[in-house]
Design a protein around this ligand. Structure first.
Ligand SMILES: [Zn+2]
Length: 473
């Protein structure tokens, strides 16, 4: 574990060679980093295949973020986690309340909707309960008085016993909250139920026209999900420079739904990305030990020993080369790493698990982190603005952990990361490096994995086919 070779001071600053990166990639980067500048970000269409203007208009008018292909009635893929009370469409049933609960109603069930002028007494009268029943429940506890704070449109659900007495009264006071009174031997017991969103799966498909972020947005994917997709597939696809017009993606992801409204998203369950004609597939799988990783359709791990690029969505401003003119020293000098230009303060991630050999200043590198990964590999990160919390010489880091932030310390002409990769003490081009693979699915879990992955892949096939067919109509 010797230090850097003591040759000429290691000055590998900034970067000029843009041509190599390709204009399309730059475009996509700029758009990703600055989504607000994205001229296509307006949700004019859901995805690019939409050809009929009528279709587009229809889609535009929808409010739910995701629109294509919710779990349909009778679809074998409808739900993966807690089954929804019923399969429901976010944009169509946004007003439905307790869709399943009402499906089976006891004979004593009564339901009234609060109209203007209603009081608890008028509502009780409507379901045939005597006036003193109102008094009984309001007197039963302090909290029970919440039932008298009626809102126009609120629905009260009464359950009457066979003698016509009130056995249970409940009402949804918000999309998350139900208040309930239940008759017991000692009177009425008050309960507040906070409901959890139902998790269902949703599908999105997009084709890249100008940038990943624009097409993802059109497809209804949130920024977070887009980032997740890039993270999941980031070992194989370099989202900083490989994205091209015509690339396409399919994603099946978890959607959190309350009362037919989408209130959030969860994990990506499967993703497929066709990049320059080559298709990569990722499937989320939790093994019997409870560890979750993304695998290829064949069960190989997508996670590699190293992340290809330590800065998300940065622009490569200078590549590895045997000789180039140094912008400050004005001499021909090798550039033994790759430069990533990004705004000051952009997080830098550890490329792999390892031990920090140095977190401090090193000559022309400025603030520098050197990580030793096992015996053979070493990575170096230069010109940092500062180090992340807990990053110090001797500590250990996990792959993807933030170690510091883009800066321009040392001999540098502007904010960027200078990144080096060494194998057995020899500098190699991190972009050409064949990164080591992590372990595939264990043999004894292969069957279980396929049982989960195949339906997800089948769903992407099916949804995409349906979508393309409906767009052609
Ligand atoms: Zn450099």
């Amino acid at each position: 574990m010797t230090n850097e070779p003591p040759k000429a001071p290691p000055l590998y600053p900034k970067t000029h060679i843009l041509a190599a990166s390709g204009i399309a990639a730059l475009l996509s980067l700029a758009l990703l980093v600055f989504p607000s500048s994205d001229v296509e970000a307006k949700k004019t269409t859901l995805n690019l295949e939409l050809e009929s203007p009528a279709e587009q208009l229809k889609d535009e008018s929808r409010t739910a973020p995701l629109v294509q292909a919710e779990g349909e009635q009778g679809s074998p893929f409808a739900q993966i986690e807690e089954p929804a009370p019923s399969t429901q469409n976010a944009e169509q049933k946004a007003t439905a309340t307790e869709p399943a609960a009402q499906a089976v109603k006891a004979p004593g069930h009564r339901e009234v909707t609060v109209a203007s002028g209603d009081t608890l007494s008028t509502l009780f009268a409507k379901v045939g309960l005597p006036a003193n029943a109102v008094h009984d429940i309001l007197a039963s506890s302090k909290q029970a008085k919440q039932f008298s704070q009626l809102k126009h449109g609120q629905v009260l659900q009464f359950e009457l016993d066979k003698d016509g007495q009130l056995a249970n009264l409940h009402s949804k006071v918000s999309s998350l909250e139900t208040i309930r009174l239940t008759k017991t031997d000692k009177g009425y017991t008050f309960n507040r139920e906070i409901s959890k969103p139902v998790v269902r799966t949703a599908y999105a498909h997009g084709v890249i026209k100008s940038s990943l972020s624009a097409s993802a947005q059109r497809a209804g994917l949130s920024h977070n999900l887009t980032m997740d997709m890039a993270r999941v597939l980031g070992y194989d696809i370099d989202f900083a420079q490989d994205i091209r017009q015509g690339d396409e993606f399919d994603v099946v992801y978890e959607q959190k739904v309350m009362d037919g409204k989408v209130v959030g998203t969860g994990n990506i369950l499967s993703a497929r990305f066709t990049n320059r004609g080559k298709t990569y597939t990722a499937v989320r799988y939790t093994n019997k030990q409870g560890n979750t990783t993304y695998y290829t359709a064949d069960g190989n791990s997508l996670r590699k020993a190293f992340i290809r690029t330590p800065v998300d969505f940065a622009r490569i401003s200078s590549r590895f080369s045997a000789g180039r003119k140094h912008p400050i020293l004005n001499k021909i000098r090798a550039h033994k790493g790759v430069d990533y230009a990004a705004p000051r303060g952009t997080p830098i991630k550890a490329a792999g698990d390892g031990r920090i050999e140095l977190a401090g200043r090193r000559g022309g590198y400025g603030n520098t982190v050197v990580i030793q990964h096992g015996n053979r590999y070493k990575t170096l990160y230069g010109h940092m603005q500062g180090f992340a919390k807990g990053i110090k010489t001797g500590s250990t880091v996990k792959q993807g952990q933030i170690i510091g932030y883009i800066g321009t310390t040392g001999l540098s002409t502007g904010p960027h990361l200078h990144y080096e990769f060494q194998v057995n003490g020899v500098h190699v081009d991190p972009l050409s490096q064949k990164v080591p693979m992590a372990d595939p699915i264990a043999k004894n879990e292969r069957q279980r994995f396929l049982q989960q992955s195949q339906p997800l892949i089948a769903r992407m096939d099916q949804e995409k086919a349906t979508l393309l067919a409906s767009n052609k109509r």
